[in-house]
Design a protein around this ligand. Structure first.
Ligand code: NCD
Ligand code: ZN
Length: 351
């Protein structure tokens, strides 16, 4: 039975949702991660520093682990002001501003459609070194859904990066070889998050042998060749611009299993187990720590976590569902047996 200790991981892209759902999402997150970057696509979205501080209090009311630290991104919206950006920069809990092109994904209706209308904000963010976090897909309905990320990189991201060369950027939840290659050609202040599910699965898991709504997310799962390019990027040493953001995005069962099902994979309970299995199978377990626990902290200029997590090769069965306040959420891989378990190992020295 194999086991390893790694510096406690962080999740630099998570949807904790709000209100009673926090009673489920926060304990699951803090059982695995030292820090999370909670996304702002709530209803209404987090558009002011005060709204972030209020949300932070609601999250902290549900924590048990005093080490657990949630961070945030503001929602880039049409009403964004220079004052808000300045204030965000001074708030220790805000790490960036998230741009959802309007219509790109769940709760993106308040997003900015045409970023060129807001170049003065990007110029200020570049000056402040306040990262822009991007959902990188074009929203043109005539563009094939599997091509929306490459098209975004080509038509929106490249010109934007050339115009603001010092702006820190995180291209979130990348899914394609095009994204991997673009990041690899960029300097260190440009990085990407990668999810566990985009590493472990491809579009066959979603579509072959029956439509499986639990695997439906945006950006949608891609061909196996793209999946392998992501795997190669994170399982090669020195690729510090790639780090874990699970994009765990729970939706209630009735909203997922629906004739117009919501996008989002609920992965917090399984993400680290999936990653441990994948890295182990590829003889790359020694690179898991950089991807989960080091690269992201370095990018955001935060110290590494002092706690450690023990990963052990031991079977467990993923719960069929989680229930909270009358709501039912089905995790990815519900009912399946996974090969790795984890628990926080306090005061364990790094091996
Ligand atoms: C996310 C959600 O449900 O909030 N959905 C998803 O498919 N990933 C939004 C997002 O990050 O795109
Ligand atoms: Zn997300």
């Amino acid at each position: 039975m194999y086991s390893i200790n790694i510096i406690q991981p962080d999740d630099w892209h998570i949807h904790l949702r709000d209100e009673n759902t926090l009673k489920m999402t926060v304990p699951l997150a803090e059982a695995a991660f030292g820090r999370v970057l909670a996304m702002p696509n709530l209803t209404p979205p987090l558009t002011t520093v005060q709204s972030v501080l209020d949300y932070r209090s609601r999250i902290l009311a549900n924590t048990r682990n005093p080490h657990f630290t949630p961070y945030f991104a503001l929602y880039f919206n049409e009403q964004l002001t220079a004052d808000t950006l300045q204030e965000a920069k001074t708030c220790p809990w805000i790490l960036g501003v998230k741009w959802y092109p309007r219509g790109a994904t769940t709760h993106s209706d308040w997003g900015v459609e045409d970023i060129s209308q807001h170049f003065e904000h990007l110029a200020l963010m570049e000056e402040l070194k306040l990262p822009l976090l991007i959902h990188g897909e074009v929203t043109d309905s005539t563009v094939d859904i599997f091509e929306r990320e490459p098209r975004f990189i080509e038509t929106v991201l490249m010109p934007l990066q050339q115009r603001f060369p010092k702006l820190p950027i995180v291209l979130e939840h990348i899914t394609t070889l095009d994204a991997v290659q673009w990041i690899q050609n960029m300097p260190a202040h440009i990085a990407a998050t990668v999810t566990a599910h985009h590493l472990a699965f491809n579009r066959n898991h979603l579509l072959a042998g029956g439509l499986k709504p639990d695997y439906y997310c945006l950006p949608v799962l891609k061909q196996a060749a793209h999946q392998y390019s992501l795997q190669q990027a994170v399982m090669t040493s020195g690729q510090t611009q790639f780090f874990l953001g699970t994009d765990s995005a729970p939706h209630t069962r009735d909203k997922k299993y629906n004739s117009c099902g919501c996008a989002g994979c609920f992965t917090t309970p399984v993400a680290l187990a999936l990653l441990a299995e994948l890295f182990f199978e590829n003889q790359a377990l020694s690179l898991l720590e950089a991807f989960c626990s080091i690269n992201g902290a370095r990018f955001y200029q935060l110290p590494l976590n002092t706690q450690h997590l023990r990963l052990t090769q031991q079977d467990w069965v993923v719960p069929e569902h989680y229930q909270i306040s009358g709501l039912t959420f089905v995790p990815l891989l519900a009912g399946q047996t996974l090969a790795w378990q984890y628990h926080i190992a306090e005061n364990v020295h790094h091996e």
